[in-house]
Design a protein around this ligand. Structure first.
Ligand SMILES: [Zn+2]
Length: 372
């Protein structure tokens, strides 16, 4: 009866696969729990590939550092089910868990050893680690990942209606902040070009300055409200941009295709990375628009695309190999999807969200060599 109950419990712990028949088919399931003293802890259940493992007692090690007693059961001819007998303390695993849990990156090292000194090791990638969503998972996440600074930035207010948000000019203090974080340079340099100017409603401006268009886009980004972190960073989108570049260059010259360059902003002494926006990309107007044709929707996605290129080039010609690569197209796709689904809130109408979903599908169909 106890065995039957055990089997039922195991079967219900999705997505636990019975008997891994290859190293790739392994699963690690982590269940948040409380340790003996009430500390946050994790129970581990590993659907392992280990033909040589003997059933019985053993040890399981996570993150190459923390080891607890385990029970090993055979599952099929090559599989083994390894379960921790005592939970792992979360605070001891903080560093090992952070990339995987907070960023969905890296791997978690898992090792089992039976009483006959057979050892099996596995680097579990995020896609093969299942976190049981119980009431303690958010506490585990907060302990490992720190405060949820990805949600919003200090001073960020969620946008309730994008149209009225964009009709207003950036308030002076916010404009000063945006200018400090992201100075704008021109290439070739402009001596007598129109400077920044703004009057309300902005939609009535016949020819908004490039600076106003860019700062309105950055202002939207600053006030985005996230209900889940971006898959490639634990930072808020605005802070992530800040971590990747410190200036923007508007290029109106020809034959200049760099995505980012090093510049010294006016009044500055140190060089910073600048992303390069083609002037034509700013001509789509100062309204939200439709990402398939222009407007701030397209510019915002473009800014993230260029920011991603600071670290990552396209790896399949001008396309990305796959969505999983999370290159510049993957970043655009993800943002468009999150905005369309409301996991990133920007006060968009259902029509605007629909346009973003359609744009994401268009990217998926045309910008990935593996079709996503
Ligand atoms: Zn690109």
């Amino acid at each position: 009866m106890r065995l039957l109950l055990g089997v039922l419990v195991l079967l219900s712990a999705v997505p636990l696969v019975w008997a891994a028949d290859s190293p790739e088919a392994q699963w690690l399931t982590l269940t948040p729990t409380r340790g003996a003293w009430g500390d946050l802890a994790l129970e581990a259940s590993w659907d392992a590939y280990g033909p040589e493992l003997r059933p019985g007692k053993g040890w399981i090690t996570l993150g190459e550092t923390v080891r607890v007693p385990a029970v090993i059961e055979r599952a099929g001819t090559v599989g083994a089910l390894v379960r921790s007998e005592r939970p792992f303390l979360v605070r001891e695993l903080q560093e090992a868990l952070a990339p995987l849990l907070c960023l969905g990156q890296g791997t978690l090292s898992v090792k089992v050893r039976d009483l006959f000194c057979h050892e099996v090791e596995w680097e579990a990638p995020p896609a093969r680690v299942s976190w049981v969503q119980n009431g303690l998972l958010s506490a585990v996440r907060a302990t490992v990942c720190g405060p949820e600074s990805w949600r919003t930035v200090p001073g960020g207010k969620s946008i309730s209606d994008i149209a009225s948000f964009l009709a207003a000019c950036p308030p002076p203090d916010e404009l000063a902040l945006l200018r400090g974080d992201f100075p704008i340079l021109f290439r070739p340099a402009r001596d007598s070009a129109p400077g920044y100017a703004c009057t309300e409603p902005t939609g009535a401006l016949e020819a908004p300055s490039d600076q106003l268009v860019i700062y309105q886009a950055l202002r939207v980004i600053r006030h985005l409200l996230l209900s889940t972190p971006l898959p490639w960073t634990y930072l808020h989108p605005y802070d992530w941009l800040k971590s990747k570049f410190g200036a923007l260059v508007v290029n109106s010259g020809v034959g200049f295709a760099d995505c980012h360059i090093r510049v010294t902003p006016p009044g500055g002494t140190a060089q910073v990375t600048a992303i390069v926006i083609q002037e034509a990309e700013l001509q789509g107007g100062i309204g939200w628009g439709d990402p398939r044709t222009g407007g701030l929707a397209r510019l915002i996605l473009r800014i993230f695309h260029l920011a991603r290129h600071v670290d990552r080039a396209h790896d399949c010609g001008e396309r990305d190999s796959s969505l999983d690569y999370l290159g510049a197209w993957g970043v655009e796709y993800t943002l468009a999807t999150m905005l369309s689904q409301g996991t990133i809130q920007a006060g968009l109408s259902s029509e605007q969200r629909g346009a973003l979903a359609a744009y994401a599908q268009q990217l998926l169909a045309t910008r990935f060599c593996s079709g996503g």
